[in-house]
Design a protein around this ligand. Structure first.
Ligand code: BDR
Ligand code: CA
Length: 311
């Protein structure tokens, strides 16, 4: 099974992915690390603790970045995930407490306990991964793989015409993380926008997940309204679950090797720029950053079936 640390800003689609990480028999969830993004950091940590409890699990939850590394923090978008991150549904109290360590320290400790084994799956702004690299630059050789939900290669953005939310929310951290030189896969809007989780899928999930299912279905209803109103889609893109789908069902995805950069300032901030491997560019810098892998295509139907089957 895959030992993973799941770095998240829950978040409706984060909650779906956390549920998969908690339930999938081939995932060994070592910890949840939280970041601001869809919600403020305290809410993110609360939600991570709650989801783990509702699944009857006692998973370490370590709190991380309260804002971006460089740019000013903007308020969380309450109309997408709700002010409480879970569609404004009423939530039970949380009993557990967070790990005393920071998210970055938790990542450093856990990876060093199991060098070569741990997979970091990050589905929010990536400040915690950047901070962990700062604490221990040798992580690049000790992490098995980094899987990131974020960015966009050909699809355009969802926050600006060119920027995806997780990249936009901390472009400086993203630039460090995507060029750090560790084995990395980017699961971006090119594939997540091909996956639509419908009401019918969610009914199956609700039926199968008890207390956790109620929270997933209630928050889904709110997220679905946003998709209907702003995007004209009947259903929701399960962005963050796609990172786990890639890990467990890579055959459903088409990927390509190349070099990534993130625009950190100006009108295109948060844009991910992809230079395919082997394509000669006159400016050599485009082949000098480390090679990574990006997802370009997906069998979206199969991914959402996999999500519903898992849950
Ligand atoms: C990403 O942004 C967040 O709103 C979602 O949780 C997902 O991680 C999609 O762009
Ligand atoms: Ca997220």
């Amino acid at each position: 099974s895959h030992p993973i640390i799941f770095d998240t800003d829950p978040g409706v689609d984060d909650a779906q992915a956390i549920a998969i990480a908690l339930r999938h028999p081939e995932i060994d969830l070592l910890g949840l690390t939280t970041t601001y993004g869809n919600v403020d950091i305290e809410t993110a940590t609360h939600n991570a603790l709650l989801l783990s409890e509702l699944a009857g699990r006692d998973i370490p939850v370590a709190q991380g970045a309260a804002g971006p590394m460089v740019k000013p923090r903007h308020p969380a978008p309450a109309h997408i995930h709700g002010a409480n991150g879970l569609g404004n549904i009423e939530l039970p109290d949380v009993k557990g407490v967070k790990d005393p360590r920071s998210a970055a320290q938790f990542i450093v400790d856990t990876v060093n306990e199991r060098p070569g084994e741990v997979i970091l799956v990050a589905v929010g702004p990536v400040g915690n991964l950047a901070a962990a690299l700062q604490l221990d630059p040798t992580l690049t050789e000790k992490v098995k793989r980094v899987v990131i939900m974020g960015g966009s290669i050909r699809e355009g953005g969802n926050v600006t015409p060119v920027a995806e939310a997780n990249m936009f929310n901390d472009p400086h951290a993203a630039q460090r993380v995507l060029t750090a030189g560790w084995p990395l896969t980017l699961v971006g809007l090119d594939v997540t926008h091909r996956c639509v989780l419908t009401q019918a899928h969610m009914q199956r999930i609700e039926a199968g997940q008890g207390e956790l299912g109620k929270v997933l279905a209630g928050s889904y209803a709110f997220y679905r309204d946003f998709y209907r109103e702003f995007l004209g889609i009947d259903g929701c893109c399960p962005h963050d679950s796609c990172a786990l789908a890639w890990l467990l069902r890579p055959e459903l995805f088409t990927t390509a090797p190349g070099h990534l950069s993130v625009v950190t300032d100006g009108i295109a901030e948060g844009q991910t720029i992809f230079a395919p491997e082997g394509r000669g560019f006159i400016q050599e810098r485009w082949s000098q950053t480390p090679l990574v892998e990006v997802c370009l295509e997906v069998d979206g139907e199969a991914v959402v079936e996999w999500i519903a089957d898992t849950l």
